[in-house]
Ligand binder design. Structure first.
Ligand SMILES: [Zn+2]
Ligand SMILES: [Zn+2]
Length: 83
């Protein structure tokens, strides 16, 4: 992740669009931003609102059935931080 300010804006926009709820189970708890197309495969979509969805931590883990890459880990840590 190269641009933290841009990433923060993206997270805020994603949370607002999704109503501050997990898109999968609807809960309001710890919310993270998941990339539909992984950043590893589509770095050009890393900051695209259309490519992210709000998920809670347990749902997010379900979406990732393999160990996360260092890049995904940075995104997760960023996504779990204060808005
Ligand atoms: Zn959930
Ligand atoms: Zn994810």
């Amino acid at each position: 992740m190269r641009n933290t300010a841009q990433a923060k804006r993206l997270r805020r926009a994603a949370l607002e669009r999704d109503g501050w709820r997990c898109r999968d189970c609807g809960q309001l708890a710890v919310l993270e931003v998941h990339h539909v197309r992984p950043v590893r495969e589509r770095p050009d979509l890393a900051y695209s609102l259309d490519n992210v969805r709000t998920l809670c931590r347990p749902c997010h883990l379900r979406f990732h059935r393999r160990p996360e890459t260092p890049e995904e880990r940075r995104w997760r840590e960023f996504a779990a931080g204060p808005v």
